[in-house]
Design a protein around this ligand. Structure first.
Ligand code: NIG
Ligand code: FE
Length: 389
């Protein structure tokens, strides 16, 4: 089964040297999908015939967005907490426990249905690779259930047993850390590729985070870290030291943190929907980019700190308020996300790549930031299957 998408006004390939500028843009292009992968790209006038044809009518075509950070296995919501924040209350890690209560009480089917709803909502907005974390169960059985359900639907699964200390371990973070690094990890590792820790005041300190991450590495998982979200803590440096795939949030960074990221393979994953929804300052994307760090953008979709599934929204904020160029923001939301997940098959459009194709209702990627809040996803394929509309 082959599909040709012709008359592409602007094809974002993300191939260095594959076209103009950092996005490797090609004009008047066509793309052929075969067996779930990109089989050919070239001038529209030279497009080969295929079983099916789609006329892009001069619009822009991007690689599907790669959302490298989301928390989608949960029940309930926290709209009241958001409203209270907008009237001056501060975001604190403790709110996570509210979602833990709801999640523990939910059936497997309810969790599955909510995850499916969110992944579908993301697909309708051009997200074709989704990373999903556990972290709202916080018992061995509940965390195992979360990663197992995540693995049924999400592309990438992360074990986040060390999200916060649950109420029943109040005052004994050391004992909970031990559990997260031993029995809980053993139950979850078969379903996950990644291990994550919320390294923050009010959650886990550097030694506790290291205990869980090093145990995860021994169990065959690769680390990623919730780092420097609320304070200038040790998370980023720990992530770099352990060669984590990414340090996520990076809201409060010292010069040493920026240098560490810039001289490492660890991607700085920025989550501006969280700063929007918590009224925190935005991370300094320019400082990271100018220092030479690799930057990704992700939604962090979760019911507490930011309940947006819109990568377009993240791009608009990153351009408007974090001083990224539209090209840098689009790269960060596609190729950057792929780097943060150490994936070479997604985040770009060249022969051999997974056929994750996002057609915009717009002539250029710039419109994602230029027309904030406007739905601009016209059609989406994931692995060559049409997932929207
Ligand atoms: O990435 N910071 C820790 N975890 C999530 C928030 C989870 C929640 O508030 O429910 C985050 O912001
Ligand atoms: Fe998160």
């Amino acid at each position: 089964m082959s599909i040709v998408i012709a008359n592409i006004g602007e094809l974002v390939t993300n191939e260095p040297g594959g076209g103009e500028g950092p996005l490797g843009v090609r004009r008047d292009a066509a793309l052929v999908i075969e067996d779930g992968a990109v089989a050919w790209t070239g001038p529209s006038s030279a497009a080969p015939a295929a079983d099916e044809a789609f006329d892009a009518a001069g619009r822009a075509v991007l690689p599907g967005f790669v959302d490298s950070h989301a928390h989608l296995v949960f029940a309930g919501e926290r709209a009241e907490e958001f409203a209270a924040r907008m009237s001056g209350q501060k975001y604190a890690a403790g709110g996570i426990r509210t979602t833990v209560e709801h999640t523990r009480a939910a059936t497997d089917d309810a969790l599955r249905a909510n995850l499916r709803r969110l992944v579908d909502e993301m697909a309708r907005q051009g997200i074709t690779t989704v990373e999903c974390k556990s972290g709202y169960g916080l018992t061995v059985d509940q965390e195992e259930r979360a990663v197992r359900i995540a693995a049924e639907i999400a592309d990438e699964v992360t074990y986040l047993g060390a999200h916060v200390v649950p109420a029943e371990y109040d005052g004994d973070t050391a004992a909970y850390t031990r559990l997260a690094a031993t029995d809980m990890l053993a139950a979850c590792a078969p379903h996950a590729r990644w291990v994550d820790v919320f390294c923050e005041r009010g959650a886990f300190d550097a030694d506790q985070a290291r205990e869980v991450l090093e145990a995860g590495i021994k169990a065959g998982l690769t680390p990623r870290v919730h780092a420097n979200q609320l304070t200038e803590g040790p998370g980023v440096r720990l992530a770099v030291e352990l060669d984590a795939a990414s340090a996520d949030h990076c809201t409060f960074l010292s010069d040493a943190d920026v240098d560490a990221l810039a001289s490492s393979q660890t991607v700085a994953t920025l989550l501006p929907a969280v700063e929007f929804s918590t009224r925190q300052p935005y991370p300094d994307a320019r400082r990271l980019l100018d220092a030479g760090a690799t930057v990704a953008l992700a939604t962090d979709c979760n019911p507490g700190s930011g309940y947006s599934s819109s990568m377009a929204f993240c791009i608009a904020v990153a351009v408007r308020d974090m001083h990224m160029t539209p090209a840098e923001a689009v790269w960060a939301a596609t190729a950057g996300g792929a780097r943060a997940l150490r994936r070479t098959d997604v985040g770009h459009l060249a022969p051999g790549a997974r056929a994750d194709v996002h057609i915009l209702d717009a002539p250029s990627h710039i419109h994602l930031a230029y027309r904030p809040g406007v739905p601009q996803t016209a059609a989406v394929w994931k692995s060559g299957h049409r997932v929207h509309p």
